[in-house]
Unconditional design. Sequence first.
Length: 390
Amino acid sequence: MKVHEYQAKDILRSYGVPIPGGVVAETVDEAVAAAEELKEDGASLFVVKAQIHAGGRGKGGGVKLAESVDEVRTHASDILGMQLVTHQTGPEGQKVRKILVTDGVDIAQEYYVGVTLDRAKSMNVIMVSSEGGVEIETVAEENPDAIHKAWIDPTLGLRPFQARKLAFGLGLEGDAFKQCVRFIMALYEAFEETDSTIAEINPMVRTPDGDIVAVDAKVNLDDNALFRHKDLADLRDIHEEDPTEVEASEHGLSYIKLDGNVGCMVNGAGLAMATMDIIKLSGGEPANFLDVGGTANAETVEEAFRIILKDENVEAILVNIFGGIVRCDRVAKGVIEAAKNIDIHVPLIVRLQGTNAEEAKELLEASDVEIESAVLLKEAADKVEAALTA
Ligand code: GDP
Ligand code: MN
């Protein structure tokens, strides 16, 4: 799950990562009040920042420096409500509903610091680079030597010498060096304790006074660990998510929209992947990933059809369910029921295998729903191909 910059900063601040003051605002008046408040605390430079779940806001015009409260007002009214386009939003952009007004810092140098899981090494990795403000992927391609990494043994955790080595790699000295070591230790602790998948500070900056602070913050949380972080789960902002995916998750379905023409309804992520391969083999392209989970019933099946059919690119639907705990006859009844309630206007290919598959086949054949039934996966693929070329 992604969270906004202001939320990521609140989390990281609570672990001791040094972050300049900031106040989130939803209206221009709130932004002005926020700037007044920061000014009272001594701020003379402000930054007005669009809060959307995408990076690259600066280049898209979503991050603006202001030298006065009046300038904050101007930038706030420009940014709030804008459709911000960045390289991460797609061409349609994302509507800005909130802005963060922060205490602006003077920058002597920008750095990159990020933590994530290195799956190949089965260890978390901390990456730093002296090319701050530039995307780490770009640095990795153009100047890989500028990146320093430390892998964290899960049984030992981050050891101080590793943080020192990273700070040294950034060329820091004196107090800035010490602050950077503390910064990295705090960031790593936050990453681990919140079960994050990414904690990235780009840029971390050194001020002319030699202080190290985070100017930007990105935190992605592991969805599978949110059950033990109820307070973090509440940070979800559904405005930033695809509305169909939100609707699907409300019905216990894992749905991800893709660009293809064959909708698929499957149980289990592994079977979903295999089914998507089969669709490709048949000359189609999957229109979605959809896992109905282990409790497929008439309602979830109907909801799944509804969601798949919202996508106008869908030219055929392949239902591929393995009946283990969920019995095939129940799924078949669900398909028949769903076909009564909604207009499935594209060819429907159904493959039900496993518990009560025979009964399921009989039910489907006896129904007046137009279904191409398949037993083997190859057969299903051929029927999808026939449907697409018909
Ligand atoms: P992003 O473009 O979405 O990654 O947003 P950032 O928060 O990283 O801001 C983009 C750029 O704006 C940074 O790389 C900085 O160069 C600049 N910036 C952001 N905050 C400050 C600040 O407090 N002071 C100064 N001088 N520049 C800032
Ligand atoms: Mn940034």
